[in-house]
Every structure is written in C-alpha cells, then in structure tokens.
Design a protein. Structure first.
Length: 183
C-alpha cells in the first residue's frame, strides 16, 4: 500500500484498474423522471448549467486544450430533476496535482448528490456511466479520492470495485492554498 505523507485533512485514495473483458458497470438505471446527460465545455469560459462558477469554470480553463483534441477529457455527469441539478460527478484527466496518476488515468470526483435524493443510486449510476464511456477508449485506471470521514463515499467506492491504495493529506506548497496538491 502506498503511504502518502501530507498535511490535514485526511483523504483515502482508491483506484480501479481496468482489465480486459471485465464487466464494470452496475446495470442499475435511474428513475425515468430524471434527466441524465454528460456535459463537456464548449468554450474556455464555460461551466455546467445551474452549477456555481467555482470550481467548474477553473477546470474548463485548465482542461480546455485537452478537451479540443479528445472526447475523453474533463466532463461533468449531471442528473436533473425539474431542471435542477440533483447529482453531479466530475471526471478529470491527469493533472500535475495528482502526480501518482498515469497519463491515461482519470479522477472521478468530486461527486455530489442533493441531500433529498441520496440513497437512490444516483452517484452509483453516474460513476457507472463514466466508467463505461471512458473504459471503451483511452482510460487505463480511475482514481477516486474521498475524505476519510465520508463513510458513504467510502462505501460507494468499495462497492464499485475500487481498491484502497493509500491515505494522505493535502499539501499547500509554500503555504499557497490555490496550488495545493497531493503527493
């Protein structure tokens, strides 16, 4: 097991390594009254509808060039109810903040579900769809990083087949919060 040495708060690192001919996806579907779609930035200054500018606009700027040349860059899986976002799941390609990732690895998360809709399988559905889409092409592994105290997130990762790789904390180089990264 990898030992990541950082500074608080504690995080747990999970990895799902893809294997040829392995079935990854829960066959679960969502209630037809919900709308699911995969959002991709169309310009350098775009964000998913109905979500705040931060951090989505920052991710659009960082990953814009990569998204121009690949269908498998930064995207956000959205589930809507009555035109309101009730679940989102972000997929991020390799970035310097995650030096332990390979070039064809992707980070899943953050994942969020509105409190009134938790326990309905929405996060499981979103992550399953992302794994299904990205595993058909260039992905070799998926990473899932969660806070150690988030027991629901831990159970979700483990139930989807993610393997615990290590624990750690975030480090802010030179005390600069905005460039904090994992090692």
């Amino acid at each position: 097991m990898i030992n990541f040495n950082f500074h608080s708060p504690k995080y747990i690192f999970y990895k799902l390594a893809l294997k040829k001919d392995m079935e990854y996806i829960s066959k679960q579907d969502i209630d037809p009254k919900y709308l699911y779609y995969l959002w991709k930035p169309r310009s350098i200054f775009s964000k998913p509808p109905g979500l705040p500018k931060f951090p989505f606009l920052i991710w659009s700027i960082i990953y814009f060039k990569k998204n121009l040349y690949s269908n498998y860059g930064y995207k956000v899986s959205l589930i809507l109810s009555n035109n309101k976002c009730i679940n989102y799941c972000v997929i991020l390609p390799f970035h310097f903040k995650f030096p332990f990732m390979g070039l064809n690895d992707f980070q899943i998360g953050p994942v969020w579900t509105h409190p009134n809709y938790r326990g309905k399988g929405l996060a499981r559905f979103s992550i399953g769809r992302i794994i299904e889409l990205y595993s058909k092409e260039e992905a070799t592994s998926f990473w899932y990083i969660t806070r150690a105290e988030n027991l629901d997130s831990i159970r979700l990762a483990e139930s989807l087949g993610f393997e615990k790789i290590g624990e750690g904390e975030r480090l802010s180089p030179f005390g600069i919060y905005k460039i904090r990264k994992f090692y």
